[in-house]
Ligand binder design. Structure first.
Ligand code: NAD
Length: 280
């Protein structure tokens, strides 16, 4: 790995697992020191432990702005500043058969983690960054916030809100040289989907998760599934100076899913005139 984030201090929320833990480890590999905030005490301690003195973990509920403020203050107090804020913690909410079956019972919780958490993280980080000459804020949206579709309606609405908030914050915070950007991943295998099926038996939840992933795999132009490291790579880009003129953007890390439907059959490279494989 490189030195792209040498001397920088980052906060990563939801860093105990999935995309967040990949970001923490990648940031550290690039020379950053990272404060990890998550509800999951064991997972968070494990991730921070793997990073030795380059990471700290603090149990944090991002749905509570006071806890988010404490997390940001911890980074400044222990590592001497804050240059990167990654508002990654998120939940999918409960999966329902359809909107007609959705009782909206998890609305407050999903919105408080996915939207309030992002807004609080942006606000508290920006307060420090505005006094120290700038920084980079990275908010996790989703392809579900970019593209309309059926299912997990509250999640979709929350992730669309993250995009709109990010662009608005980018406009307001540009005067302090604070950049605010979004990453919108699509269908990266983590625990996120499984957690959406908590009302089902484990077998049914696994069947449903597999079916959803199969369906999403068919909608993706690039043939392979994405990995948490693919998302972490995008986060390093936004965190570092290579993206210094980027703010208010949404980067989809989705193998082309939001670009459009894949071709049914793979085509040969241009040297063959781009003809579909097997066509005569
Ligand atoms: P994940 O479930 O593996 O990780 C989410 C982490 O957030 C967990 O460690 C969890 O403990 C933590 N968390 C949940 N509620 C919290 C709270 N109130 N306070 C602090 N931490 C909390 O899921 P993931 O796939 O790594 O998701 C990370 C982010 O990426 C989320 O915002 C998610 O919506 C977004 N995302 C993921 C995908 C994907 O394909 N995996 C796609 C689109 C968007």
């Amino acid at each position: 790995m490189g030195n792209e984030l040498a001397g920088k201090v980052a906060v990563v929320t939801g860093g105990a697992s999935g995309l967040g833990s990949a970001m923490v480890e990648r940031f550290v590999a690039e020379g950053a020191r990272v404060v990890v905030g998550d509800l999951d005490a064991d997972g968070g301690a494990r991730v921070a432990g793997r990073c030795r003195e380059s990471a700290l973990f603090e149990v944090t509920d991002v749905g509570d702005p006071e806890q988010v403020a404490r997390l940001v203050d911890l980074a400044v107090a222990r590592f001497g500043g804050l240059h990167i804020m990654c508002n990654n913690a998120g939940i999918s909410g409960t999966m329902h058969k359809s909107l007609l079956h959705d009782d909206l019972a998890d609305f407050q919780q999903v919105m408080s983690v996915n939207v309030l958490g992002v807004m609080a993280g942006t606000r508290f980080a920006a307060r420090h960054m505005s006094e120290q000459g700038g920084g980079s804020i990275i908010n996790l949206s989703s392809v579900g916030g970019v593209q309309a579709g059926g299912g997990v309606m509250t999640y979709r609405a929350s992730k669309a809100a993250v995009i709109h908030f990010t662009k608005s914050a980018a406009i307001e915070l540009a005067q302090y040289d604070i950049r605010v950007n979004c990453i919108a991943p699509g269908n990266i295998p983590t625990d996120l989907l499984a957690k959406a099926s908590t009302t089902m038996s484990p077998e049914k939840a696994e069947r449903m998760t597999r079916a959803m992933r199969d369906m999403m795999n068919q909608d993706r132009p690039l043939p392979r599934e994405g990995t948490p490291e693919d998302v972490a790579e995008a986060a390093v880009y936004f965190a570092g100076d290579r993206s210094r003129y980027l703010t208010g953007t949404v980067l989809t890390v989705d193998g082309g899913t939001t670009a459009g439907k894949p071709l049914r059959r793979r085509t040969e490279p241009a040297s063959n005139g781009g003809a579909p494989v097997g066509s005569s």
